[in-house]
Design a binder for this molecule. Structure first.
Ligand code: GLU
Length: 305
């Protein structure tokens, strides 16, 4: 497959859309990211890397990090205990919605909405002395890149305006669904969202989920084959906000997006494809990024279906 040529075609075709979305501005530091960025990377399981545009530039991966913390929380708590505290259904609501949490008695609908992700952090805090470092080590191992770091300025910036997440965390606490201190949960959550990575790091880190849980870098089984199946299913059904049906229809791949404009998606048994373009559509997914992934599966004729 001529991946490089396909990436070049995609880049040309998405150009008119790159400036159309809206950059997330409720985190002051992210409001300043230029909208004209576009990068894409394809990392194949047989070791080939293809890139285009700003694929080497680092950005804030935000909610994409929830796919990492889900993996850690599953490993720490085990499936049975975790699924008592978080659901597994698409929410059909914005990622930071408060209403659903009230009428569902403090059990977040899925691990990828903010309330669910706060519970994941709580699990990690309960099982680890330094939850931030545990998350960082895990991401570094998965990408095989020891230089990945948090962006402390983005974390502090989000903390300064993170009133909704604070409300969600307090709400969860009132239902007994946070076991640790609210402040500690929020600080760790803001830290994980600030992970500063590029399209290549992302593609390398998600390749493990395209490889039945086996790291192509270290040869280590990061998650079991069965857990990889489950995490991938959750990414397909809950990974792209309340546009998840539209994303599945258009792209046909499991994926996880973040309001930094990144999306990581993969084709089990073959490759991982990632994209970054900060302009978002009204659901919070990268506008040009979603289009680029749709073009990728259309042009290659490859999807999970
Ligand atoms: N840190 C962001 C928030 O909690 C993450 C949102 C996202 O990427 O979906 O609002």
């Amino acid at each position: 497959m001529e991946y490089q040529q396909i990436l070049e075609e995609i880049h040309e075709e998405v150009k008119p859309f790159i400036e159309r979305g809206k950059v997330a501005d409720y985190i002051p530091k992210l409001a300043a990211v230029p909208k004209n960025k576009f990068g894409m990377a394809v990392q194949t399981l047989d070791g080939k890397l293809f890139t285009i545009g700003d694929a080497h530039e680092h950005f804030s991966i935000q909610s994409i990090s929830k796919a990492y913390t889900l993996t850690l929380a599953l490993q720490f708590a085990g499936e049975e205990a975790l699924w008592k505290r978080v659901g597994r259904e698409p929410s059909g609501n914005p990622f930071n919605s408060l209403v659903q949490l009230e009428y569902e008695n403090g059990i977040p609908r899925n691990p990828f909405i903010n309330a669910g992700a706060l519970v994941l952090v709580d699990v990690i805090l309960s099982h680890s002395k330094d939850a931030g470092q545990t998350i960082l080590n895990f991401v570094r191992e998965r990408s095989d890149n020891p230089d990945i770091n948090f962006d402390m300025e983005v974390a502090a910036s989000e903390k300064s305006t993170g009133f909704r997440n604070a409300a969600l965390a307090n709400f969860l606490k009132s239902y007994g669904n946070l076991h640790n201190n609210v402040e500690d949960v929020l600080d760790t959550y803001f830290l994980q969202c600030s992970l500063h990575m590029n399209c290549i790091d992302l593609a390398r880190s998600f390749l493990v989920l395209a490889n039945h849980g086996l790291s192509p870098w270290s040869g280590k089984q990061i998650v079991t084959k069965s857990q990889a199946k489950r995490i991938n299913s959750l990414m397909l059904t809950c990974g792209t906000y309340d546009a998840v049906g539209d994303f599945a229809y258009r792209v046909g791949l499991p994926g996880k997006s973040g309001i930094g404009g990144g999306i990581a998606a993969f084709i089990p048994g073959r490759l991982c494809v990632t994209v970054w373009s900060p302009g978002l559509n009204s659901n919070g997914n990268s506008l040009a990024g979603t289009l680029a992934l749709e073009l990728f599966t259309t042009k290659t004729g490859m999807s999970i279906f």
